[in-house]
Design a protein around this ligand. Structure first.
Ligand SMILES: [Zn+2]
Length: 131
């Protein structure tokens, strides 16, 4: 059993390497906590200004939320864990409503009529900076 012999001969090295691996995993886990899909945040922009942020990881059941875009312009969104959709918006084309549930940052809800968009983030901090 050469492997066991080698491990015995290099016990300190093995312990050190194991320790480094464990520390690396711990650091990775800590830095990745905010990168989990569980921490999905929906950010509502109106004319590129943030007007609402919704933590989709804290939603336990389907909930309707009225969001005021400006003055008397409101939209209604429905949120559930890890997803958001527009159920009511006073726009001509209604594309935002037809888009259905948004569940990843790759599929933002954009409404050209009302100049708002809903962007999901949370997979990584870099994504947020890039936007
Ligand atoms: Zn729309």
């Amino acid at each position: 059993m050469n492997l066991i012999k080698a491990i015995k001969n290099h016990l300190i090295e093995v312990i050190l390497v194991s320790l480094i691996i464990v520390v690396s995993i711990v650091i990775l886990v800590i830095t990745r906590v905010g990168a989990q899909k569980d921490n999905l945040i929906a950010t509502v922009y109106y004319e590129n200004k943030v007007i609402e942020t919704i933590d989709l990881s804290k939603v336990s059941e389907n909930t309707l939320i009225d969001i005021c875009l400006h003055d008397s312009e409101y939209i209604t969104v429905e949120v559930k864990k890890g997803a958001i959709r527009v159920v009511s918006a006073n726009c001509k084309r209604g594309d935002c409503k037809r888009m259905g549930w948004a569940t990843t940052s790759a599929t933002p809800i954009i409404c050209l009529d009302l100049h708002y968009k809903i962007v999901l983030s949370g997979e990584s901090d870099v994504d947020v900076v890039l936007r």
